[in-house]
Design a protein around this ligand. Structure first.
Ligand code: SF4
Length: 107
């Protein structure tokens, strides 16, 4: 086999590897995005934590004006402006403007 043929085969192999990796990774990230659904405020887990989608609607004694999911340490993706993941409710999205009694300052 000539050096030129070997080089072309190596390039073809690398391209196939990159395509395979993309095919493997993309469904995982799509799956993660599809798996997350909005937390239902009327669900037992949400009610147990006094979760509300609009923080200012909270009547909980621990609620303080200005506290919301977007500035809570448990809101694990602050780049999300509307809905994002929360460590307290795995697999669910909470409203950035929401609140629950597990709120802790992002500091
Ligand atoms: Fe929102 Fe924080 Fe409660 Fe999660 S723990 S629902 S981010 S206030």
């Amino acid at each position: 086999m000539s050096d030129k043929n070997a080089s072309m085969q190596r390039r073809r192999f690398l391209k196939m590897g990159a395509a395979g990796a993309a095919i493997t990774i993309l469904p995982v990230s799509w799956h993660a995005a599809l798996a997350a659904e909005r937390l239902d405020p009327s669900s037992a887990q949400a009610r147990a934590m006094s979760y509300v989608e609009n923080a200012s609607d909270s009547t909980h004694s621990a609620y303080q004006a200005g506290h919301n999911c977007a500035n809570c340490l448990m809101f694990s993706d602050p780049s999300q402006a509307e809905w994002g993941p929360c460590a307290v409710f795995p697999g669910k999205l909470v409203a950035a403007g929401g609140w629950c009694n597990a709120w802790v300052t992002r500091g």
